[in-house]
Write a protein that binds this ligand. Structure first.
Ligand code: TXA
Ligand code: MG
Length: 383
């Protein structure tokens, strides 16, 4: 609009949804909430509209987009007529659609433009469960391509305020649906391989444990249960389990404009990494960071861990900014609070962020995947 500021609608009336849908139909972008993170949407089947997504985010052209659908009929249009779903897909769609699971399908090249797939033979599709997202896609009556609504390389937004601080005047219409419930992006899965196994290309909101459980429960006794393959690294960047990842995973990601340090607290190994006792580490921080006074240091921690219950020492010229990541027992809270923590601390003007390691089980796997990409360094801490 004329002021250069986006229009923000926090009233989820039919009228604001219709306005948003008409923006989409006229090939413009719309920011909308999903249960995982906020998306920057445009018509998936229109190259001009989708190109605006890449321009707005500064996204590399070799990183394909997810097409969001509101019905199975909409999915059918994106894939070849003669495609037979693997049995595992029936199970995963029954259990996790609508929701935070993205599946790879062979793409129908006469419908899906190459800008969406980055020229690959597959198209990634997800049916979100957020009512605003569902209603918007249904009103636009077309699949909507939507990456996370952040500039490329930044943490994904989980509130409309996050979107505004990052993309601001580069977007024209934002539907404000409040904070996202899941807080990390969807799990991207490829089950198209002939071996029948499920490859987790990006860990996310739907956990590996839940996928394994669904397959175990739904596959009749005596029939082989597909394996769920994940790509795992340890903190020294050593590959522990190999499985392909998404094209997007090769990029540095999720980084606020301040340096992030991962504080590792579980059984230290010594492969080249520095081990500090927490007290001397925190005491040495001010001179190590070499920031102006007062120096603001953000600390993201689990509320009941040994680090979380450790009293941060009062240091001359240092202002601690604490951000809780929930209890050790519930990684879904950590997932919900992760990006908000990075973005809120950045907005508070901290000079550095320290973030505590969490166990890479359940949602913790997606959390650690994002943290390892956000962190510029990691140190072992004894607490
Ligand atoms: O939760 C989400 O998935 C959010 C919300 C808005 O739906 N969207 C999202 O989109 O995270 P984006 O673009 O930030 O991440 C999409 C990921 C990237 O890692 C991309 O490389 C991968 O999905 N991807 C997309 N199409 C693919 C394909 N055909 N094959 C392999 N990976 C693909
Ligand atoms: Mg993204």
């Amino acid at each position: 609009n004329s002021s250069g500021q986006p229009e923000i609608s926090s009233q989820q009336t039919l009228q604001s949804l219709q306005t948003a849908a008409s923006h989409l139909k006229s090939r413009h972008t719309v920011v909308f909430p999903t249960e995982t993170v906020y998306g920057l949407g445009a018509l998936a089947l229109d190259s001009t509209a989708s190109a605006r997504i890449f321009a707005t985010k500064g996204r590399p052209a070799d990183n394909p987009l997810i097409a969001h659908v509101s019905s199975l009929q909409m999915l059918q249009r994106l894939i070849p007529n003669d495609f037979t779903m693997p049995h595992s897909y029936h199970i995963l769609m029954k259990r996790f659609w609508p929701g935070g699971l993205t599946l790879l399908f062979p793409s129908n090249p006469s419908i899906v433009p190459p800008i969406i797939t980055a020229g690959q033979p597959t198209v990634a599709v997800r049916m979100p469960s957020h009512p605003i997202a569902r209603a918007l896609i249904a009103l636009a009556d077309a699949p909507i391509a939507a990456p996370s609504a952040n500039s490329s390389g930044k943490p994904s937004p989980t509130t409309a305020e996050h979107v505004l601080s990052d993309l601001g005047s580069r977007v024209s219409y934002i539907l404000d649906g409040g904070p996202c419930n899941v807080g990390v992006e969807s799990t991207v899965v490829d089950g198209l391989n002939e071996d029948g196994n499920i490859r987790v290309l990006r860990p996310g909101g739907v956990t590996v444990e839940k996928i394994e459980q669904a397959l175990r429960e739904e596959i009749p006794d005596g029939q082989p249960v597909p394996r769920v393959l994940v790509h795992r690294r340890d903190y020294s960047d050593e590959v522990l389990e190999t499985s392909p990842t998404t094209p997007g995973m090769k990029y540095r990601h999720y980084s606020p404009s301040v340096p992030v340090t991962l504080l590792m607290t579980s059984s230290p190994r010594t492969n080249g990494l520095v081990i500090h006792d927490i007290e001397s580490y925190l005491n040495a921080l001010p001179s190590a960071i070499n920031a102006p006074s007062p120096m603001r240091i953000g600390v993201m921690f689990l509320i009941d861990s040994r680090l979380g219950t450790y009293p941060l020492p009062p240091l001359e010229g240092v202002e601690w900014h604490r951000h809780e990541l929930g209890p050790e027992s519930d990684p879904s809270v950590t997932a919900r609070r992760l990006f908000d923590g990075l973005l809120t601390l950045e907005k508070e003007g901290v000079h550095a962020i320290l973030i505590e390691e969490v166990e890479d089980v359940k949602e913790g796997l997606a959390v650690m995947n994002r943290v390892q990409k956000a962190a510029t360094q990691s140190v072992w801490i004894t607490v």
